[in-house]
Design a protein around this ligand. Structure first.
Ligand code: SF4
Length: 205
């Protein structure tokens, strides 16, 4: 019996299992998730999303001003009814954040903790840092042409005043909040907290 040569023992080259070959994969009838496949991403540019990460400090400042205005409008939201305001505000939120961050409307926004890089663009939807598959060039293992959203999140967070918020552990996504407005929920929660504080400190509301 002849001894096998080292080349006989070398593992056969593995086919690329990522979504890079999306067209070929689709031709086989294999499942390709519609919302994250490069078929769709290929038509989109990462340019704006990456711009947002590069300007995370500016966007953090803008967001804080915007949140203050939204909170100041609490009497208006209450008069209209938060539930009634939900639909129109969600439309605006989806449009603005969809453009700037490729927002997936998870309804529990953590952009200010993730360097303005939306974690829901991770194909694995990880909310607490990258998986072990980040490529050497910093791109995603599932979508090789896409920069890892967590690599970008770290870069963006390093520019932000409150960048260390990225170290906080995030709870799992509450799927029942999908397609709802984070803006309104945060505003309602902050207004409630402010009212509670005013009540316990004894000052008139
Ligand atoms: S974290 Fe959620 S709400 Fe915020 S941009 Fe991403 S999908 Fe949209």
């Amino acid at each position: 019996m002849t001894k096998p040569s080292p080349s006989d023992l070398a593992p056969a080259p593995r086919p690329d299992k990522g979504n890079a070959q999306a067209g070929r994969k689709a031709a086989t009838g294999a499942y390709t998730p519609a919302s994250v496949s490069p078929n769709r991403r290929g038509q989109r540019s990462f340019a704006i999303r990456l711009w947002s990460v590069r300007h995370s400090r500016l966007l953090e400042w803008v967001y804080h001003r915007f949140a203050s205005v939204f909170l100041a409008l609490h009497p208006l939201w209450r008069a209209i009814g938060y539930a009634r305001a939900e639909a129109p505000v969600t439309v605006v939120e989806r449009g603005v954040k969809g453009l700037l961050f490729d927002c997936r409307m998870c309804g529990q926004c953590i952009l200010s903790s993730t360097g303005m890089s939306c974690p829901m663009n991770c194909p694995k939807q990880l909310r607490n840092g990258p998986c072990g598959g980040v490529r050497a060039n910093g791109n995603c293992e599932v979508e090789p042409d896409m920069p890892c959203v967590w690599v970008k999140a770290w870069e963006g967070s390093r520019q932000m005043a409150n960048g260390d918020a990225i170290l906080a552990v995030q709870p799992p996504v509450n799927q029942s909040l999908r397609e709802t407005s984070s803006w309104l929920r945060v505003t309602a929660a902050e207004a409630q907290a402010r009212d509670n504080q005013t009540t316990t400190s004894g000052r008139p509301t």
